[in-house]
Design a protein around this ligand. Structure first.
Ligand SMILES: [Ca+2]
Ligand SMILES: [Ca+2]
Length: 306
């Protein structure tokens, strides 16, 4: 099974054409075109999904059961996945954990995580081996979630393994800027789940939805992190709440986590703490450094060497 399987889950509406057309509302008609192309004819615009995973660079193999046979349901489910902007360049990246086979793996042959960096042109680069030896070490993983565990503004990653320990990876980040948004619903639900936040920063536009779930038995933090690249503020921030309330704000600085309360605007701001702790002090057993830290060092002479 290849990484494309995760995108199939994310694009679940594409599975609708597999259902019989009978009973579907609005005069919908399903038209199947082979195993990789399907089209759902609706009264509105035509919607069609095409498998572009390999062309986009998402070609690493994920391991579940045998290549052609699966003995157990858990060998067919796929594992945790997360989409977040790990390097704050404004492009969402893809993190996958990997591997379920109840017959086990010979030592050293276990599957590995996959981290794909979004190049912003429809292509992804796998950077798994560039972000630290421990990150790329073989393991049979299951759940995956992300959060900023130390308030440095950089998202860290947690994963669980089959019958093994939990792994927590603290990212050293980059010199790119970011803004984090926590929502406080009043008419809407307290965490703002379902709310859409849109920001503009110069000519850049980004949006994220506050959501629950989306990974295998995992929940990432309920804070939205926007990568701003070199921009130091969001010119506009708009929150569209599930209640229908729309809050519009302006000139929100990067480098902090702001709390936006429904109908009131910004009611709190927490600046990030210290960043760029030398890698060797965090992980003296490792010689590799995250690729994005290396590039950040080149761009920021104040970045201390590990
Ligand atoms: Ca990115
Ligand atoms: Ca962090």
């Amino acid at each position: 099974m290849r990484a494309v399987a995760v995108l199939c889950v994310l694009a679940a509406p594409a599975l609708v054409p597999c259902l019989p057309a009978q009973g579907m509302g609005g005069g919908a008609k399903a038209v199947a075109r082979g195993s990789t192309r399907a089209r759902l004819d609706l009264p509105g615009p035509k919607i069609e999904f095409r498998d572009i995973a390999a062309a986009a660079g998402l070609s690493a193999s994920n391991v579940y059961g045998g290549v052609t046979t699966k003995k157990y349901i858990l060998e067919m489910t796929g594992n945790g996945a997360a989409i977040f902007d790990f390097d704050h360049d404004g492009n969402p990246d893809i993190f996958l954990v990997n591997g379920s086979r109840f017959s086990g793996f010979a030592p050293g042959t276990e599957p590995t995580n996959h981290l794909f960096r979004n190049l912003g042109n429809g292509k992804f680069e796998e950077v798994t081996t560039k972000v630290g030896a421990a990150f790329a070490a073989p393991k049979v993983a299951r759940g995956a979630a992300y959060a900023d565990i130390n308030n440095d503004g950089v998202l860290d990653v947690l994963l669980t393994t089959n019958g093994g320990p939990v792994h927590l990876y603290r990212s050293l980040g980059s010199t790119n800027q970011s803004l984090r948004v926590k929502l406080l619903g009043t008419k809407s639900n307290r965490d703002g789940i379902g709310a859409v936040v849109r920001i503009t920063s110069g000519s850049d536009k980004h949006w994220l939805m506050m959501k629950s779930g989306s990974s295998y038995l995992s929940q990432s933090e309920l804070v939205l992190t926007f990568g701003l690249g070199s921009k130091t503020k969001a010119d506009t921030v708009e929150v569209q709440w599930p209640s229908g309330q729309v809050d519009k704000l302006s000139n929100i600085n990067s480098g902090e986590t702001v709390t936006i309360e429904e109908g009131k605007g910004v009611t709190g701001a927490r600046p990030y703490g210290k960043k760029y702790i030398p890698f060797s002090k965090c992980h003296p057993e490792q010689s590799e450094r995250p690729a994005f830290l290396a590039s950040a060092k080149k761009a920021d002479p104040s970045l201390r060497s590990g």
